[in-house]
Structures are given as structure tokens and as C-alpha cells.
Design a protein around this ligand. Structure first.
Ligand code: SF4
Ligand code: SF4
Length: 415
């Protein structure tokens, strides 16, 4: 590698060497307690797909350039140069990890392998070998943030069509204003995804609850985070932060997307508004009596898949369960559950990549969990998870239906 490029790579690593990161890189005792905790190694039995195996690729590079033993006695210090072979290993390690953080629960030192993969990702960006799909999608989101005025008219005409669907479902006299946009000082700014479903179903719920809300011009998904580019991640997230500040809203409500929730909730520092998941909001409406659901409307056995970024890493466990226990006659829990739930294998932007066979194999623990419940309906609250659960359903020919939580709430509202 040319000296200039190598220097850029070393600087990229240095930029990620926070105190916790140095601790994670130095402290692993290779006890192996995390080895079986990753859904990937459960489905593809290769050491490289264990948490400790994938972190070791980064550790070898770190030792080579940042530890004396690695610099002067590389074989003794188990260190390695940044060459093409290592770059390929970093690509495989980083983009087979969903950042689910299940391994953290099994490591006695709390080593966060998902975070270590952040170093692999910045090296891949620096090397020009990060996944094309994620580069394109994150660049498009950044571009939209820079020239939002050009998108507004087109978006408004799409929304007008969706307003008619909301009007029909609720039997309202007119579609006018049922999906408000650019409303100043509303209680809630709702941030959806690109698909109509993520707008129509919450709009039905907001109207039924008589909420004072407005729809964001931006989609919630953050491809900068999936790519592992901290600058793009912040730019994409700040599009919504700035919109919320300009409108003067009290609360930002995030669509069913775990990562889109976790970023403003935990990663941007203090914000002048509350951040809530749509799942928490539906639960709040039910507690306050602002909406009512048809009790026992789902007659087939139902189970719930905890999205890792909403559950284990976001703390939203009970709200979706309490909603489903109203709707389902026969609610069944997966095992293990809550913070020990198996990742479905679709997070970290992996569903955007061309890797379906890999995702079917790494979704094996999730497949086994679903089958063990005997449920016929699998509900989740994250678009990435739903997409991966569909891949698991078709890949293993499972006799189940995969549903969004907001969709079944909107369908079963008492109006
Ligand atoms: S964060 Fe999840 S996918 Fe990544 S190594 Fe840990 S258990 Fe595996
Ligand atoms: S459990 Fe922790 S210390 Fe043990 S091998 Fe895994 S990461 Fe290293």
C-alpha cells in the first residue's frame, strides 16, 4: 500500500480510538464465551463468523500500527499489514455483522463487536471498497438533504393520493389535511420510510387519536449509519433534527425502524424535543384511551420478533407485547426472548445488499425460534426485520404470515 494511503488508513483508525474502543481492542481474553452467541455462526459454522473471530481481523491491524509488539514483532504480537487480503477479510467481517449486540450480552467484559466493526467500515470507505449499494443510498439521502425544495412538490402530490386512503378507512368527509405537512408548532413530527404503508397506517392511527401532527419530508432510514460513515450518518440524521427545530414540534415520532429510532434517541446528544417510537406512541394512546382496538381480532397464534435496535439496544420490550396481547387471542413468546432474542439477520443494512443466500443461512436461529412457537403470524416493528423475516419465510418455506405492528393496529382500530 502506498505510504500516503496507508497514512490515511491509520488516521481513520485513530479517529475511532475512543477510550471504550481501546478497551474493547485490548481486553479480549479469547475466553470464547461469545462464540456461539452470534446468529451468523449458528447458521454458517465458520470461526470468522463468531464475534471474536470477526473482531480479531480488526485487532490484528490495530496491533500492527498502534501497539509496539505488533510494530516490532508482528508474528509474536499477532499483527498484520493492511493489504488486499486483509481488506477482503474486513469487508466480510463488517458486512456480515448486523450490529445486533447480542454478543455483548455474553461477554464478561461487555466487549461490543458491532462497535469494533465500525473500524472495519471506516477502513473500507478509506480504501474505496465499501459496498456500492450503501454508498449510493447514503449519497442520495445526503443530496436530498441539500436540495429538499426540489422534492417538495412531487412529494405533496404523492401524499394527496395517500390522504384518500386514510379518508376511506376512517369514513371522513374529506381527504383534505388528513396528512398534514409543514405544520408549525404541531405536537408531533412523524418521520416515515419511503413506502406508502409507513405513512398511511400511522396516519390512520394519528387521525383516530385526534393528534396534532405533521409529516416529515425526509425518510427515517439512515444509510450513513449502515455504511459506517459517521459524517454522513450525522448529516442524514440532522435533516430531521433541523426540520423539527424549524417547525417547533414537541416530539419526533419515528416509524417502525430500529436504527432510525436509536440514532436520535441515543446517539445525537441532547435535543430540544422528545424522541419516541411509533410503537411507544400507540401504547400511550391505548393507555390514555385515545384509541381502542378490537380485542382478540387475531385468531391465529401470534408471536413477536424484537428488532435488536428497538428492543435489546433501545429498551422497547413491553409496549409491543401489551398491544399484541389485546389484539391476539393466542399470543406466544419466542425463546430466548427480549434482550436475548436472536437477531433475524437483516440489520446493519444487510437487507440492502445482494446476499440473500447468506441471510437465509444466518436466519436459521430465527427460523427455529418461529417454528418452535407454532405461531402462524409473526409481527415485528422494523422494516429491515420484516424484510428479512419474509426472506426467512420464503427461504425455509414456513407456513406463517409476516406483519407490521402498525398495519395490524390500523386494521383493527375501533372507529
Ligand atoms: S453484533 Fe450481532 S452480528 Fe455482530 S458479531 Fe455480535 S452477535 Fe454477531
Ligand atoms: S466473550 Fe468477550 S473476552 Fe471472551 S472471546 Fe468473546 S469478546 Fe473476547
Amino acid at each position: 500500500m502506498e505510504p500516503e494511503k496507508l497514512q490515511g488508513m491509520k488516521d481513520a483508525i485513530r479517529g475511532r480510538l475512543t477510550k471504550p474502543m481501546r478497551y474493547y481492542l485490548d481486553l479480549c481474553t479469547r475466553c470464547g464465551l461469545c462464540y456461539e452467541s452470534c446468529h451468523v455462526i449458528q447458521g454458517i459454522h465458520k470461526r470468522e463468523y463468531s464475534p471474536v473471530g470477526r473482531a480479531e481481523v480488526v485487532r490484528k491491524v490495530f496491533r500492527k500500527y498502534f501497539r509496539p509488539s505488533g510494530k516490532f514483532l508482528p508474528s509474536w504480537g499477532e499483527a498484520t499489514d493492511l493489504d488486499d487480503r486483509v481488506m477482503d477479510e474486513l469487508l466480510d467481517a463488517a458486512f456480515s455483522c448486523t450490529g445486533c449486540r447480542r454478543c455483548v450480552m455474553h461477554c464478561p467484559f461487555g466487549i461490543d463487536t458491532g462497535l469494533i466493526m465500525g473500524i472495519a467500515k471506516v477502513l473500507l470507505i478509506e480504501n474505496g471498497t465499501a459496498p456500492e449499494e450503501l454508498l449510493m443510498l447514503s449519497d442520495a439521502a445526503v443530496e436530498k438533504g441539500k436540495s429538499i425544495a426540489e422534492f417538495k412538490d412531487g412529494y405533496r402530490s404523492v401524499i394527496y393520493d395517500l390522504e384518500k386512503q386514510v379518508q376511506e378507512r376512517l369514513g371522513l368527509p374529506s381527504p383534505e389535511g388528513v396528512i398534514p405537512m409543514e405544520k408549525k408548532n404541531a405536537n408531533i413530527l412523524y418521520v416515515a420510510l419511503a413506502g406508502a404503508r409507513s405513512i398511511v397506517n400511522p396516519a390512520i392511527i394519528f387521525n383516530a387519536a385526534k393528534e396534532d401532527w405533521t409529516l416529515s419530508f425526509f425518510e427515517a432510514v439512515n444509510f450513513g449509519q449502515f455504511l459506517g460513515d459517521p459524517e454522513k450518518m450525522k448529516f442524514i440524521a440532522n435533516r430531521v433534527v433541523n426540520e423539527a427545530k424549524e417547525l417547533g414540534v414537541k416530539e419526533v415520532v419515528i416509524v417502525e425502524c430500529g436504527t432510525a429510532y436509536r440514532i436520535p434517541k441515543f446517539m445525537l446528544g441532547p435535543l430540544p424535543f422528545k424522541v419516541t417510537s411509533i410503537v411507544e406512541l400507540i401504547h400511550r394512546y391505548l393507555k390514555e384511551g385515545r384509541i381502542k382496538l378490537k380485542e382478540g381480532a387475531l385468531t391465529a397464534p401470534v408471536t413477536y420478533h424484537d428488532p435488536c435496535q428497538l428492543g435489546r439496544n433501545g429498551g422497547v420490550f413491553e409496549e409491543p407485547r401489551e398491544i399484541l396481547q389485546i389484539l391476539a387471542k393466542d399470543y406466544r413468546e419466542m425463546s430466548p426472548t427480549r434482550e436475548f432474542n436472536w437477531c433475524c439477520g437483516g440489520g446493519g443494512g444487510l437487507v440492502a445488499l445482494d446476499n440473500e443466500n447468506f441471510r437465509i443461512k444466518s436466519g436459521k436461529p430465527k427460523r427455529d425460534q418461529i417454528v418452535a412457537t407454532g405461531a402462524k403470524v409473526v409481527v415485528s416493528a422494523c422494516e429491515n426485520c420484516i424484510s428479512q423475516l419474509e426472506t426467512i419465510r420464503s427461504g425455509y418455506d414456513l407456513d406463517v404470515e409476516v406483519r407490521y405492528l402498525t398495519e395490524i393496529v390500523a386494521e383493527n382500530l375501533v372507529v
